[in-house]
Design a protein around this ligand. Structure first.
Ligand SMILES: Nc1nc2c(c(=O)[nH]1)N[C@H]1C(S)=C(S)[C@@H](COP(=O)(O)OP(=O)(O)OC[C@H]3O[C@@H](n4cnc5c(N)ncnc54)[C@H](O)[C@@H]3O)O[C@H]1N2
Ligand code: MOO
Length: 443
């Protein structure tokens, strides 16, 4: 067997990122683009507001005519017309002593520069459905606010209103609509094929039988990738034989309507066991002379200086990037967060590299392996943050994340209990209560 090179988390993450490039771009209708990453700035084709618009239902007037209102002198103006939202601007400018009935969002006539809300006039209120009718004159009671929204005061034609690289939400696509667009240019959703290996695995919901357990990792990885914007095909529980794995990988290459996936993600079978089938397929010593020897390129089985998640595989299967994660559920989760998520982000066009760590304080101590970075599922002790403690249903002696009984990478309950992932430096052997810790906040 080939000796494993030792890599840091950062080095392995870089190796994984180097496998992929952003997906091609296409124009998508606005509603279909939510969740995708914007590939080109959205530039407004319109001014917003598009014209000087009324902010109130009321009367458009000339400020010169209503200057006396503030000093208590009554002002009576002639009502010369109506302008509703959606109507073109009136042809004639507003003359001295004139007012027009105007509705919210309607263009203010030339010459008019103040809109007096109807309730601040002698009219009191307009009657719905009675457009165009009303008293021939109006007395203005208050004209302290202009209530005119100036053309272009929010957005000017040519302004960038949404920047490339954002994960589009409903808010962003509504702004694109306001800016005159029906479509936006986005990166195609990454196509991700997920499979889990292990003859002990049964489909979720199936009674396991002796020695067998539910396949939770393929659910974890498929759901995580989908939530990260990918189109996912999941293949659960491939048995621990090389031909079964080879057949499953080839099936997955054809699972996206004839298009190749952008990424294969597997769990299990990468460590030192006699049935570690991913290792068997990737290791040059065991794949030499097999029918699938030529399918594997750039394969590396590495020991990453981390706990959990040490054994990792990376390769191309018939040219398709493949990240082979370890099988322990917490190891699979941590591996997704540290290696798969950044790859998905690069595929879907997110600029930069990932989420930043935030500072917290340990509410309890725990031990940490020397020479390896430690990833610990933790939970905040109060909703407002501050202290974190290791997560998991059965805590207390024996639940130390790096204690005598191993890293706890089998403790699935912690996945549901945690709200953050603490990252402890490789040189730290014990975290004491009150120590500063860096955490990734989990969604
Ligand atoms: N002699 C050594 N043994 C092990 C080493 C080592 O360095 N030397 N590394 C350990 C570490 S660390 C890890 S992590 C695991 C990784 O092993 P594999 O990737 O080969 O994973 P498996 O052996 O297939 O499974 C490990 C464990 O996880 C359970 N599992 C697997 N797949 C799933 C799934 N889809 N859903 C739920 N649970 C799953 C599996 O039943 C095992 O209990 O190796 C250590 N051993
Ligand atoms: O690295 Mo293993 O992932 O410690 O359990």
């Amino acid at each position: 067997m080939t000796r494993e090179p030792r890599r840091t988390i950062a080095q392995h993450a870089d190796d994984a990122l180097a496998l992929v490039r952003p997906t091609p771009t296409a124009d998508l209708p606005l509603e279909d683009a939510v969740g995708a990453v914007l590939a080109a700035d959205v530039v407004s084709t319109l001014d917003a507001p598009a014209f000087d618009a009324s902010a109130m239902d009321g009367y458009a007037v000339r400020s010169a005519d209503v200057a006396g209102v503030a000093t208590g002198s009554p002002v009576v103006l002639r009502v010369v017309g109506d302008v509703a939202a959606g109507a073109p601007e009136l042809d004639a400018p507003l003359g001295p002593g004139e007012a027009v009935r105007i509705m919210t969002g309607a263009p203010v006539p030339r010459g008019g520069d103040v809109v007096v809300p109807v309730e601040r006039t002698s009219t009191g209120r307009f009657t719905p459905g009675a457009a165009g009718s009303g008293p021939a004159t109006v007395e203005i009671h208050d004209a302290t606010r202009s209530n005119v929204r100036a053309r272009g005061e929010d957005v000017r034609r040519g302004d960038v209103v949404v920047e490339a690289g954002v994960v589009l939400t409903a808010r962003h696509v509504s702004v694109a609509a306001s800016a005159g667009h029906a479509t936006v240019r986005v990166h195609r959703a990454p196509r991700v094929a997920v499979l889990s290996t292990g003859s002990e695995l049964v489909a979720p919901g199936t009674a396991p039988g002796p020695g067998r357990i539910p396949d939770s990792n393929s659910v974890l990885l498929a759901a995580s990738a989908r939530a990260a914007g990918a189109r996912v095909v999941r293949r659960g529980a491939v048995g621990d034989t090389a031909p079964a794995l080879v057949a499953a990988l080839d099936d997955l290459l054809a699972a996206f309507d004839g298009a190749l996936p952008d990424l294969l993600v597997s769990t299990g079978g990468v460590s030192a066991g006699a049935f570690d089938v991913v290792r068997e397929v990737l290791d040059p010593a065991t794949r030499a002379g097999t029918a699938w020897e030529g399918a594997v390129d750039d394969a590396r089985l590495v020991a990453v200086g981390m706990q959990p998640g040490k054994p990792q595989g990376i390769a191309r299967w018939r040219g398709v990037p493949w990240l082979a994660l370890p099988g322990n559920p917490v190891s699979a989760f941590v591996s997704f967060e540290l290696f798969v998520r950044p790859v998905l982000d690069r595929l879907r066009g997110v600029p930069g590299t990932g989420r930043s760590l935030v500072g917290r304080v340990a509410g309890e101590g725990w031990s940490s392996p020397s020479g390896r970075e430690q990833l610990v599922l933790v939970r905040h002790t109060a909703p407002d943050g501050g202290q974190v403690v290791p997560a998991g249903r059965h805590r207390g002696p024996g639940s130390d994340p790096a204690g005598a009984r191993g890293s706890g990478s089998h403790r699935v309950s912690a996945l549901a209990h945690a709200d953050a992932l603490a990252v402890v430096g490789a040189d730290v052997t014990a975290v004491e209560p009150g120590d500063a810790v860096r955490v990734l906040l989990l969604d």
